[in-house]
Design a protein around this ligand. Structure first.
Ligand code: BJW
Length: 232
């Protein structure tokens, strides 16, 4: 631990579960009643724009009813107090990391609080509904969609993520099932460089055996305890 200077933390839906946001693949998961391919693809948006817009409008509205939990707060504390490099890469589209105070953060799958104009490509901070077809503040056309990375689309900031993975001494994965690539491949990427790896999850993820250490339990307990260890 003493030799660790640069850390990359990957987070998934499990870190926000205890804030009241459903995960994707667990019991009662977000996609129950909706096949993922009906919602989260460019083809679905083209086929049934209202269904996709309504789905994300509901998710965006739900953010008003939730708050960061001790796991988000612990990572924000690590962000404030860790002297070395840190990058928190979240797959989540909620804003709970930033509401807890994290700044060294990127959203690789986009954000509910951002809208993307399909006409001019501009991204705009957005907290309201999109289903009623508001005009893009940039070009005025009514082609705003959620600024979310759909299946088959390239996740954001991959160059920055891979550069941080190359430089890090420790890779930590929190609350993700390891079912969706490229994030699911990060552990293999860093293992080939001999970097230490730690997983914290409620249950073993798909790639659990690839980690040097796997801690099982709720993120709200495991993450504050790990951050305390790191800052001692
Ligand atoms: C707790 C807990 C608690 C619960 N405490 N833990 C075949 C092989 C390999 C790859 C592919 C393939 N076919 C297609 C692909 C690529 C595809 C992919 O990976 N598909 C898989 C389904 C196989 N990936 C893509 O398309 C990505 N793009 C890409 O690859 O680009 C390159 C490319 C471009 C162009 C052409 C070709 C290639 C894009 C992926 C986009 C993912 N989008 C989503 C939706 C985002 C918006 C939204 O929120 O609606 O992202 S899907 C969904 O899954 C969401 C999540 O970020 C992502 C990951 O889910 P996550 O976070 O892991 O959640 P869960 O529910 O799966 O797991 C939660 C975990 O928490 C569980 O393990 C619980 O146990 C745990 N937990 N409570 C701790 N309290």
């Amino acid at each position: 631990m003493a030799s660790i200077r640069n850390i990359v933390v990957l987070t998934g839906a499990g870190i926000s579960a205890e804030s009241g946001l459903a995960t994707f693949r667990g019991p009662g998961g977000l996609w129950e009643g909706h096949r993922v391919e009906d919602i989260c693809t460019p083809e679905a948006l083209a086929r049934d724009r209202a269904l996709v817009q309504n789905f994300y409008d509901l998710r965006r509205a739900a953010l008003r009813t939730v708050a960061p939990n001790p796991a988000h707060e612990a990572l924000a504390r690590l962000d404030r107090e860790w002297d070395g490099e840190l990058l928190i890469v979240t797959q989540n589209v909620d804003d709970l990391h930033e509401r807890a105070g994290a700044t060294r953060l990127l959203h690789m799958h986009g954000a509910l609080h951002s809208a993307l104009c399909e006409a001019c490509g501009e991204r705009t901070a957005w907290t309201e509904a999109l289903s009623d077809g508001p005009p893009c503040p940039g070009c005025g056309r009514a082609w705003l969609r959620p600024d979310i990375v759909f299946f088959g689309e390239m996740p954001y900031e991959m160059e920055r993520i891979y550069a941080a993975l190359q430089r890090c001494d420790l890779f930590v994965s929190i609350g993700t099932s390891g079912a969706v690539y490229p994030a699911a491949g990060f552990v293999q990427e860093v293992r080939s460089n001999g970097i230490q790896t730690l997983e914290m999850n409620l249950e073993p993820s798909a790639g659990s055996t690839l980690f040097d250490e796997s801690r099982l339990g709720p993120a709200s307990i495991l993450v504050p305890a790990w951050v305390e260890e790191m800052l001692q």
